[in-house]
Every structure is written in structure tokens, then in C-alpha cells.
Design a protein around this ligand. Sequence first.
Ligand SMILES: Cc1cc2nc3c(=O)[nH]c(=O)nc-3n(C[C@H](O)[C@H](O)[C@H](O)COP(=O)(O)O)c2cc1C
Length: 400
Amino acid sequence: MRASEIRDLIRVKPVELDATRRRLSACHDIADLSNWGRRLIPRPVFDYVDGGADEELSLRANVAAFRRYQFQPRALVNVSEPDASAAFLGSVAPLPLALAPTGYTRMMHPAGEIAAARAAGRRGLPYTLSTMATTTIEDVAGAAGGTDLWFQLYLLRDAGLNKELVDRAAAAKYRVLVVTVDCFVTGHRTRDRRNGLVIPPALTLSTLASIAGKPSYWIRMLGSPAIDFANFAGHDAVTIEGTGALFNPAITWDDIEELRSRWPGRLVIKGPLGPEDALQAVSVGADGVQLSNHGGRQLDRTVPPVEEIAAVREAVGPDVSVLVDSGVRHGSDIAVALALGADACAIGRAYLYGLMAGGQAGVDKALDILAGQFRRTMQLLGVRSVAELRSTGSSLVVRR
Ligand SMILES: Cc1cc2nc3c(=O)[nH]c(=O)nc-3n(C[C@H](O)[C@H](O)[C@H](O)COP(=O)(O)O)c2cc1C
């Protein structure tokens, strides 16, 4: 065989010169993005995202719980045009998915909240901005105005500040207020304590050691504006433990009722873990609940939220939006949640791994991965629409 004949048989892939694009094109699932995050980001910061509370039993159980469900697909259904669009909280999204609120997002990458909000908007998905965000309510709205923006509120000790945050979110046209009810004291994040994590990341002796290993992270960080609690400026740098002093352990359902009358948009309570609290949320005027154990970052040994979907749906009926988060790492997890009766899932770590692996392009990649996986799962299950997945779900999913 002559050399020219061999050349015709071999196709040389063009070399991607951009390192981020090259890296992301080699990521095929959320675990790949997480692995890159681990390699590129200093350990205390990666651990802040990746870790959970206490013994991390809930962190692991959340992921394992989704995987205990197995599919019993239907064959030979025409699935050439699956429709993954889903209605929840009075709006239709092309995918039953929202981005959950995450604090200190600029610590993972300077593009931070704006990158995540823009990536969500690009796919028509809602983005939830955290109270503990490192970009202001107004700046995110200005930079990602086309995105369906939700604002997450922690009820802080300072009642005036709570009101101010809610009014600012309303003025900036955030559509949904998400009130988190599982974080009135901070969970014991063991890895953060061991790592002595300080926000913003400080150049201590131990972090100096990580500079050599992760230069690109530090170059990016040192060249971008200082990280702070953007929505209540002037606060000093605090340890993760220190943030606990901001939260109010005395809040009750009465406080939510008061908020309801102040907030003009839809209201979601994030953190119920069973029918009783879901019903309580509805009784104080919530339009939806987000079943969550905070991704296993608060009370360890909680029931995995996915296990509570069916009971909550039965309790609240068909008209209340039921979202679920904690443990979603694959598009098929979303299919499981919907088959059990949820309207949509929310993700935290899945998009943060993308952010750490490649800024906004990394979040885009995470969303593309989940969207592709969900669509393929629908097709292989033999369902043509999200409505069909929800109505026939119980016959498609078996718990082992
Ligand atoms: C790094 C990080 C920061 C978070 N910060 C907040 C927050 O500020 N407010 C909040 O309500 N939930 C927060 N959460 C919880 C998420 O909103 C969500 O409930 C959780 O990440 C879902 O689990 P998953 O990471 O397995 O998807 C945070 C989660 C992570 C991973």
C-alpha cells in the first residue's frame, strides 16, 4: 500500500487551539466536568462546591437514590420528535430544569453568576440568584435580562434587609421568589472546616501551596474584582462558619405569610422534605415547592428528596408546581423525577462543575449534556412529551 492511499484512509481531526474548548469537547458527562474542576481549582474551593455536611451521608444518598430507579421502556413508539418542553410556575421552558441558587459563585470563576444566568437564558431555563451571591441583583438582571430570573431569599436576622432584598428583586423584574427554609443555621461542612476555607479565598500559607498547582485560577482571581456579598455591600470577609451569624434561627411560617403579601410574583418554598411541610407551604400562599436537602449540605441523614416526590404530589394535588433538587447528575435523573410526579428538577453542583471547568462555556456544556441526556432518555423510554412521561411514568420506573 502506498503512503498516498493510507492518507486517504486516515482523517486527521483539526487541532483545537483554545484550551478551554479543547477541554470541554472532551467532556461527555457531568463527572468529566467535575474531574476538570478538581484539576483546575484549588482544593478548598473545589471542596466547598463538591462537599456536604458532616459525614456526607446525604450527599452520597441523594445521588444513589436517583440511581435506585430503573426503567421499563416501551418499544416501537414513534419518538422522532420528542418534545422536552415543560410548564412549571406559570411559564414554559424547553426542558424541565432550573438552575438552583449557589452562593459565592464568583469564587469558582470570575464569570460567576452572570455566566450561569446567561447560559440558562441561552437555553430558555430559569436561573436562581442566591442571597449570598457575589454579583448584585441589578447587575445580573442587567447582564442577563432575557433570562427567566428567580431570586432566592434567606430570611436574615436583619428584617429591614430582607424587605429591601425582596423589593429590589421585584423592581429588577425577577419573576419568582424562592425562600429557602432549611438553612436557618449553617450545616457543619466538614471539608470547609478542615480546609480552613475563608471567603474570599485568602493567600494563606496553605493556599500559597496551591498556587503553584493551579496558576490559571489565581491569575483569573487576582485580575478580577474582589469577592464580597454583593447584595449587602460593606460586609467583612468571613469564614464559612461566620456566615451563620447572618441567618435567623427564629423564623417561622408566620414570616413567610408576611413575605407573601410583600412579593408580587410567584413564591416557592425551597427545602420541604415531605408532605407536611409541602402542605404548610401551600397554606401560607406558595405557588410551588422545591423539595431539597440543600444538596446534602445542611442536615445530614435527611431523606433523599427524590423519595418524597410521589407523597408530596399526592398531598398537594396537580396544581402546585413541584420541583426537586439534590443529586441530579444526569438527564435520566430528571426523567425519574418527572415519572414520579415532579414538574421539574433543579441543579446546583452540575452547573458549578461546568463553571469551574470552563466559565460560561462550561455551564453551557453542562446544560447541553443534561439536555441531550434527557431527550435521549425520553426517546429510549418511548415517550414523546413531558406530559406523557408524567402520565405514564409510574409504569416506566421501577424502584429496586
Ligand atoms: C456551592 C453551593 C452553594 C449553595 N448556595 C446556596 C444558597 O446560597 N442558597 C440556597 O438556597 N441553596 C444553596 N445551595 C443549594 C442548592 O441551591 C441546591 O439545593 C443543591 O445544590 C442541589 O443539590 P445538587 O448540588 O446535588 O444539585 C448551594 C449549593 C452549592 C453546591
